[in-house]
Ligand binder design. Structure first.
Ligand code: NAP
Length: 282
């Protein structure tokens, strides 16, 4: 039987309409949540992501400020800009679009962002808070995936979640958020010796790798929930994930498409975190 589709666009839209209510409430108090997006250089993919984030802000009625900087900017100059934004009362969230040019240390910049405005959830203080189950800004992509799983009414407690990928921004926090909800978590990565042995035991399989066709039907248990985080391009330059959708959908119980699955949730959770930051100030 074919899997049910997890429609990220619809679920994201539903969440955004809840956010509109928060924005209206804040507007009554003359408060507009503000997001600063810092773009260094002119990488086309980064520019596309930044434009999408800005459009989403404007559509919802948030204030968004784009700070475009030359590729050659020094680390010191970028740090000064981050500090200014930390002290800017119109700005509730700061996002520095990654990757940064090689001469700038990303961790130095991330650590310079005030944890109170770190709406990407990448600051070590927010990561530490997440690890210890305290309130914090949660990284947008993994948090969006938690919202997708909640939307299909599947409790994580007791489930075996297998996360493929262990990056600091997707894989690692993804597993941690599932663990915080009492799932049993297995991480796989490029040095995992038998990927299929692990993935085929998953009740919930989350693939965040970036290798097209990595997850075949043989990697998936009958009735598993399959979440495809990746954004790859096929030979026709069309967006696709890690999962061979057509064959895996015949085995899974629920599956996310690419595009239209995880992607819309990531931006929604960025808006969510920005509004959360504004509400915290109150
Ligand atoms: P990343 O930093 O490149 O991490 C990739 C992870 O995959 C690494 O942990 C790597 O293992 C692992 N890996 C590589 N080859 C593997 C293999 N053959 N088998 C098993 N594991 C393997 O990437 P990322 O930033 O986490 O992003 C992952 C994917 O998600 C990308 O396609 C990205 O575009 C997409 N993404 C989508 C969204 C969204 O909103 N939809 C947001 C963020 C990212 P090692 O650690 O051993 O190197």
């Amino acid at each position: 039987m074919a899997a049910e589709l997890i429609n990220g666009k619809e679920i994201a839209q539903e969440l955004r309409s809840q956010l509109v209510r928060d924005i209206r409430y804040l507007a009554e108090k003359d408060i507009i949540p503000g997001l600063a997006v810092v773009l260094v250089g002119d990488d086309p993919a980064s520019r596309t992501y930044v434009t999408m984030k800005q459009k989403a802000c404007e559509k919802l009625g948030l204030y968004s400020r784009l700070i475009e900087l030359e590729e050659t900017i020094s680390e010191k100059e970028l740090l000064d800009i981050v500090k200014q934004l930390n002290n800017d009362d119109d700005i509730d969230g700061i996002l520095v679009q990654l990757p940064l040019p090689k001469h700038i240390e990303e961790t130095t910049i991330i650590e310079a962002i005030s944890p109170e405005k770190d709406v990407d959830g990448f600051h070590p203080i927010n990561i530490g808070r997440m690890m210890t189950g305290q309130d914090s800004f949660l990284p947008c992509t993994p948090y969006g995936i938690i919202k997708l799983i909640e939307a299909i009414n599947v409790p994580l407690e007791g489930k075996h979640v297998v996360v493929v990928g262990r990056s600091n921004i997707v894989g690692k926090p993804m597993g941690q958020l599932c663990l915080n909800r009492n799932a049993t978590v297995t991480y796989c990565h490029s040095k995992t010796s038998d990927l299929q042995k692990h993935t085929s035991q998953a009740d919930i399989l989350i693939s965040a790798v970036g290798v097209r066709g990595l997850i075949t039907k043989d990697h998936v248990k009958d009735g598993a929930i399959v979440i495809d985080v990746a954004m790859n391009r096929d030979e026709e330059n069309k967006l696709c994930g890690d999962v061979i959708f057509e064959e895996v959908k015949e085995k899974a119980s629920f599956i996310t498409p690419v595009p239209g699955g995880v992607g819309p949730m990531t931006i929604t959770m960025l808006l969510y975190n920005t509004i959360k930051s504004t509400k915290r100030k109150l």
